[in-house]
Design a protein around this ligand. Sequence first.
Ligand code: HEC
Length: 459
Amino acid sequence: MIIRAIGLFIAAAAVMPAANTVTFTETIAPIVYQNCVTCHRPGEAAPFSLISYEDVKKRGALIATVTKSRYMPPWHAAHAYGEFAEERRLTDAQIAEFGEWINQGMPQGDPAKMPRLPQFPDGWHLGKPDLVLEMPTGFDLPASGPDIYRNFVIPTHLTEDRWVRAVEFHPSARKVVHHVLYAYVDGGALAKVDGADGRPGFGGMGSIGVTPGGSNSGGLGGWAVGATPIFMPEGLALPLPKGSDFVLQMHFHLTGKPETEKSVLGIYFADQAPERRLMGLQLPALFGFGAGIEIPAGERNYTVDDSFTLPVDVIAYSAGAHAHYVAKEMRASATLPDGTTKPLLWIQDWDFAWQDRYNYKAPVTLPKGTRVDVHLRYDNSADNPRNPSHPPRRVQWGEQSFDEMGSVTLQVVAVNKQDEPTLQQALADRARAAMRKGIQDGTAQRFQQERAGISGSSR
Ligand code: HEC
């Protein structure tokens, strides 16, 4: 009898919620504090705070719209196409709560029920770094104008080779920095361009770390608005050779008031060289340098496809994509030797502003003989709201914002240590083949002219 009564009670409760009041303090604030305030708080890159009842109420309708369309929280990897750690995503039920709250007139509820605001410590999130680097001079940014891309070179003065497990980035003017990519180059390799225009660093959004003259270089990850620094999976690290310079490529989005950026970086080293070498499996290689990218003005469906069959068993830890503004869609998938397919990454509405790296929840094993396919699509029509050229112009490979490039990069290791040279050789061969193609079709020459500041004939 008691059990029956409870059963009835539960059944009654299940049909009740529609009549329940959705309040700010009990329903909305917990959602916002968990999913929005990492970026929507004072001093962060989001344009306003979402902390108090007034903050959220004032923008209630807009919040309902942007959560329903899933524009917010920002996350560009298609849900369930690959499973990623720390996916920023509201549940359908949470989205419905915003709508319901607005229908009910956005009641505040009992102030005593407010959740605590999450703590965001000012210091080093990952603990004391092994090496702290700081931009030698601040870079002055105007109040307004188009986005600015600038590279900064910081000597590491390292006297021995080290291995990087994490980089923690502390911008001084958080509001203007949208994203950063890190790399190393041989010490002095960028001395010619660094400061050549009389200001700190040098311009351009080129392939970070790629230097003319074949300097030794390599990527070291990056940071985007709202990102929390993390260590690489246990046993993995990226090389930072002795004597190298650390390079930061920053994307600034101006805020309406002048700012000066002088970033500080904390670098965390592994005690020893990692067991396994982490490699970038990039399709197409060299950010599409050899892919013959040539997009006619107005073309809304220009595609680049590339594939690679794995010569050895690998484990993939993360996927990331890179392109400029005309790119629309980027997709990577794997077809295993037994014919089954595995989704790896699908960005359906590429947005240059969100250059995240997506870490797999569980590393993805891809056996020897697996074919990895990458499909890129570009929309160079006037209907692409992100097209930087009005009217659209012919787009080729290059490092200016109106040029294009594109690739998906998986961070992989060989499952068996003895297979590393085979994998490394295969990746080097792809890069060399791409380089050859880019030289043959004139991309290399255009690139060198751009770097040298001579406008190519295509401008
Ligand atoms: C990773 C950082 C980040 C997170 C998390 C985030 N936002 Fe945003 N939000 C931004 C940025 C940056 C902008 C400015 C527009 C842009 O750059 O896309 C923005 C803009 C907005 C806008 C204005 C949109 C417009 O059209 O003007 C609203 C509303 C908003 N966010 C609500 C939310 C809500 C609600 C959440 C949580 C459910 C959230 N955001 C989570 C970074 C974030």
